[in-house]
Design a binder for this molecule. Structure first.
Ligand code: AP5
Ligand code: MG
Ligand code: ZN
Length: 214
């Protein structure tokens, strides 16, 4: 399965990708997660990326493309992968096509997770993530049993720096302007499918599986 997950910030790309990994064992390539790891490690790339991320802007294409190319060349990607949060604009989508062509790979599908704008703010301001295992929670929709602690591993929960209201508004604007046009891009290539991203997480996952024909 070689899949691109499309969707606005907070649509549930990461949540659904994690369920696909659990079930099929294929890697998730989240450019957001890779960038946040670089920021935390204070690498040169991370220092460069941080200011863009804190403002809700896209990190320059050259930074992201190098990162993705390196990741796609690793052994665990040869059987399939889920691209989460990449591509983010037409330049990245075209670069991905070129990369895959030279690796002799084809995308099977671009799956758009559709959630109305009015649901996204609460999902994002309420998100909390485990520092140890990456499990995601939401203080409004799926809170942990004990405030601030991960149910799975007891790790500390944190809030992403870019999940503040003003940054979220900017991210949504950037999504509409730069990323939403990719829906047409993949529709024209005849590999676009959509799922309704509202409702329970497991209910959405069932729809994802049936849309993937699994
Ligand atoms: P990135 O990390 O990709 O963030 P994003 O696209 O804004 O998306 P999110 O991760 O916020 O949302 P998600 O769809 O994964 O939702 P989730 O499952 O967590 O990018 C961050 C930044 O990095 C960008 O702004 C940019 O600066 C940079 N960047 C990344 N990739 C780049 C690229 N390719 N090029 C350039 N720059 C790039 O769910 C959200 C919340 O909702 C959680 O709390 C979850 O528990 C909850 N939730 C999920 N499903 C449901 C449900 N069904 N009902 C209720 N709550 C739900
Ligand atoms: Mg995510
Ligand atoms: Zn945890």
């Amino acid at each position: 399965m070689k899949l691109v997950l499309l969707g606005a910030p907070g649509a549930g790309k990461g949540t659904q990708a994690k369920k696909l990994i659990e079930k099929f064992g294929i890697p998730q390539i989240s450019t957001g997660d890779l960038l946040r790891a670089a920021v935390a490690a204070e690498t040169e790339l991370g220092v460069q990326a941080k200011s863009f991320m804190d403002q809700g802007e896209l990190v320059p294409d050259s930074v992201v493309l190098g990162m993705v190319e390196e990741r796609l060349n690793q052994d665990d990607c040869q059987q399939g992968y889920i691209l989460d949060g990449f591509p983010r604009n037409t330049v990245q989508a075209e670069a991905l096509d070129d990369m895959l062509q030279s690796l002799g790979m084809d995308l099977d599908m671009a799956l758009s997770v559709d959630v109305p704008l009015e649901d996204l703010m609460k999902r994002l301001t309420g998100r909390r993530t485990c520092r140890e295992c990456g499990q995601m929670y939401n203080i409004y929709f799926s809170p942990p049993a004990e405030e601030g602690r991960c149910d799975k591993c007891g790790g500390e929960l944190f809030q992403r720096d870019d999940d503040r209201e003003e940054t979220i508004s900017k991210r949504l604007e950037v999504y509409n302007r730069q990323t939403a046009p990719l829906i047409d891009y993949y529709r024209e290539k005849d590999i676009l499918k959509s799922v309704n991203g509202t409702g329970g997480i497991d209910e959405i996952f069932a729809n994802v599986l049936s849309t993937l024909g699994l």
